[in-house]
Ligand binder design. Structure first.
Ligand code: CA2
Length: 145
């Protein structure tokens, strides 16, 4: 089983700024941790991050014949991107949306996710642990098919 973790804009800054909101771990730290967890589950995982909407769309499209599932933190594009939503619907690969912070506890504009309706479900507010919960959710879902 092969899972792709997609990360949207500014998540490359994790661990360097705003630790109160997004924690102390870098995206690389999270990736290393998730790779270890994935090994225990006998699942292969890859990470991709981009600050560019079109690059995320391209990556979703190219995942079509390579990945069984997606775990996506679209970051700010969560709230704006019809293009990422359409790409998720177009490839029809099961996806789980994740967020470090609880987007429902923050500003009004963050409570809306354009991308979540294209996913199986959403995990939000568990810090870096949202990545692990996302891995478990997508793995369990794919195993149940
Ligand atoms: O809570 C999440 O995971 C978010 O997807 C993070 C996004 C935000 O726009 C979403 O509403 C919720 C922001 C990612 C920015 O990451 C930074 C990391 C360190 C320093 C500054 C930004």
């Amino acid at each position: 089983m092969k899972i792709l973790f997609l990360n949207g804009p500014n998540l490359n800054l994790l661990g360097t700024r705003e630790p109160d909101k997004y924690g102390n771990q870098t995206l690389n730290d999270i990736e290393e941790y998730i790779k270890k967890e994935a090994e225990l589950l006998n699942v292969e995982v890859n990470f991709y991050q981009s600050n560019i909407e079109g690059e995320l769309v391209d990556k979703i499209q190219s995942a079509k014949n390579e990945y069984d599932g997606l775990v996506i933190n679209p970051a700010a594009y969560t709230h704006t991107s019809v293009a990422i939503r359409d790409a998720l619907l177009a490839v029809n690969i099961p996806a789980v949306e994740i967020h470090l912070s609880n987007i429902h506890k923050r500003e009004e504009f963050r409570k809306i996710s354009l991308t979540a309706p294209a996913c199986i479900g959403q995990i939000t507010g568990f810090g870096a642990n949202s990545y692990k919960l996302g891995l478990i959710a997508i793995t369990d879902y794919l195993k149940s098919l």
